[in-house]
Write a protein that binds this ligand. Structure first.
Ligand code: TXA
Ligand code: MG
Length: 336
């Protein structure tokens, strides 16, 4: 990564082209947020439904009033505490932001990412940058530049490669546009972190319920999913390992290729190449960093079924991990 590439990316953004760039969470697919035609190209490139709004990225406070309306004292406290960082805040929108960015909502999600390449790119472009994760819609978010190239190929004009994303899961999304704060998507800024600043935070149900209004449009789509069906096993670790082993033998008996997702401590129970490890058990940052990359690897291995050991704790970053695993599983859960 060099200065010329960032400068070229900034020029491309001003010209209405698409630039994929690294952030601390996952890679984003950026366009000038004021340019409706460019933003439309994001939706086309990703195959993204038009009713799923984008996050607008900034890299200074001077740009904020061009994106949002009034900033409440709570919102300001969150920004001071967690920006730049993995937190997107939903606020009333500024009308200058085109409808296509917000999917017609009167709110907009805004974030200041904590990555030197992202912030240099946004500042040099001189405009706020609308950017979803740079995967094809429905695929796991990209944590490496190579994932972006695999998913989007020629549809992206430039990919800025800065190696592996540090966090590996998308930003926390918190809605401050209503009376009380609502967590729409858990991430590396944890509920515990938010509650230190805001007091109690309501957690939106992650599973769409028929007949219930959807708070975050993104929640109603299958997300983060590998191609093979993934079954999530929950329970005491030994029982989970046993159940995964028993089910694998059955499936292999039917001639199926089985992928096992586990942790370093239990790897010895599945000694073959179809087994991938999320790192050490109960180390959320290790699992977060590797999860999406491993889901993609199962795709490459062409497995028919994935049997995954669930994440043991909902504390801290664990909540985000459980949320992404549940989505990858399409809510196929087995308690053992
Ligand atoms: O870490 C991240 O947030 C990455 C990097 C590139 O910044 N971006 C990302 O964007 O994950 P995307 O588009 O994949 O996810 C944005 C989520 C979606 O679930 C969307 O529905 C929600 O934020 N969202 C965006 N604007 C919203 C709004 N005005 N109200 C409610 N939810 C919104
Ligand atoms: Mg996404």
């Amino acid at each position: 990564m060099n200065e010329q590439q960032i400068a070229l990316g900034a020029k491309y953004l001003r010209e209405g082209r698409l630039v994929a760039f690294p952030t601390e969470t996952v890679y984003g697919l950026g366009a000038n947020a004021f340019d409706a035609t460019a933003v439309n190209r994001i939706f086309l490139a990703k195959g993204r439904p038009a009713d799923n709004p984008l996050i607008v990225h900034i890299a200074d406070y001077a740009t904020l009033p061009q994106v949002v309306g009034r900033v409440s004292p709570e919102a300001e406290r969150l920004m001071r505490a967690f920006w730049p960082g993995p937190l997107s805040i939903v606020l009333p929108r500024n009308r200058q932001i085109p409808d296509i960015v917000t999917a017609g909502l009167d709110t907009v999600a805004v974030r200041w990412p904590n990555h030197p390449v992202a912030t240099a790119l946004i500042r040099q472009a001189g405009v706020p940058v609308a950017a979803p994760s740079a995967n094809r819609s429905g695929r796991p978010s990209p944590t490496l530049a190579q994932h972006v190239a695999e998913d989007l190929g020629e549809q992206v004009d430039l990919i800025l490669d800065a190696g592996q994303a540090a966090i590996g899961l998308e930003s926390t999304v918190v809605d401050l546009s209503a009376d009380k704060p609502i967590l729409l998507r858990p991430g590396a800024v944890t509920v515990e972190d938010l509650e230190q600043i805001l007091g109690a935070v309501e957690i939106a149900s992650t599973r769409p319920t028929p007949g219930q209004p959807v708070r975050s449009p993104g929640m109603k789509y299958t997300h983060y999913a590998p191609r093979a069906p993934l079954y999530l096993y929950l329970g005491e670790p030994d029982a989970v390992v046993q159940a995964q082993g028993a089910r694998r033998r059955e499936l292999e008996g039917e001639g199926k290729r089985v992928g096992i997702l586990t942790y370093d401590e239990f790897r010895h129970a599945f000694p073959d190449s179809g087994t991938l490890s999320l790192g050490r058990y109960n180390r959320p940052s290790e699992a977060a960093q590797s999860l999406y990359q491993l889901l993609r690897r199962f795709d490459e291995q062409n497995v028919d079924v994935i049997l995954a050991h669930g994440y043991p704790s909902a504390a801290g970053l664990g909540l985000a991990l459980q949320n992404r695993l549940l989505k990858a599983a399409g809510y196929r859960l087995l308690w053992v």
